[in-house]
Ligand binder design. Structure first.
Ligand code: DER
Length: 223
């Protein structure tokens, strides 16, 4: 089974967590795209979706699924999203797709976060994958220096030859060389730095369930 096959497997498996008649929280990325494509088969059984990115909104709407704004809905039963890394506690690194801020907002508004991923994402400790951090442009250099002071390297993410601009008009730093012994403490610490919008460590908004795509099928991890 290819990595793409594994993403399809878990995207389809996530349908079992969708509550008929409700609005489902939808993340961003290539694995979530498989879920969105599978969700189309249920579009008449759900009220719609809340999306975490312009890209996911476009895909949902193209499939005839109504997209609601976060401010139009109350708590959601479930949030389905991918991750760049998942540790044994359900703590995640997210933001590879530059949607981390809206993803964390929708995850916070959902009662259950179901993470869907192929098994390449499962790690013992977070931090091999660069940690994305969304930063207000004027704070980029200072936040870069603060990461350097902790022995890490922050690189401004570029796209098409210019600094990437997120759906929220901010920039992304990708940080390597971090030893994240305590994801909750790390997320709290960096959240305090002036100019930081969102840290791509999801410890406070961790996953409660992970549907992991493996060569022998979908494994359900609970945290
Ligand atoms: O940007 C994100 O947070 C995405 O969910 C990312 O972490 C997973 O994207 P993928 O499914 O394309 O690997």
């Amino acid at each position: 089974l290819s990595q793409d096959d594994l993403k399809t497997l878990v995207g389809q498996a996530a349908l079992q967590y969708v509550v008929p008649g409700e609005i489902v929280g939808v993340g961003t990325g290539s694995t979530v795209n498989k879920f969105i494509d599978a969700l189309a088969s249920m579009k008449d059984q759900i009220k719609g979706a809340v999306s975490s990115s312009v890209a996911s909104t476009a895909r949902l709407q193209a499939l005839g699924i109504t997209v609601f704004d976060c401010n139009e809905v109350a708590e959601l039963s479930v949030y389905i999203d991918g991750a760049d890394e998942i540790d044994p506690h359900g703590y995640l690194i997210k933001g590879g797709g530059a949607a981390l801020t809206r993803e964390k907002i929708v995850a916070a508004q959902s009662r259950q976060f179901v993470c869907i991923a192929d098994d390449s994402k499962l790690v013992q400790a977070l931090g091999k994958f660069p940690v994305p951090v969304e930063v207000i442009p004027m704070a980029v250099k200072r936040v870069t220096r603060q990461f350097a002071a902790m022995g890490a390297t922050a690189v401004l993410r570029f796209k098409d030859g210019a600094p990437l601009v997120t759906d929220n008009g901010q920039h992304i730093l990708d940080v390597t060389g971090l030893q994240i012994a305590d994801p909750l403490a790390f997320e709290s610490q960096v959240n305090q730095w002036p100019g930081v919008v969102t840290v791509g460590v999801f410890a406070f908004q961790k996953a409660q369930v992970c549907l992991l795509g493996t060569a022998s099928g979908v494994k359900t991890l609970t945290f």
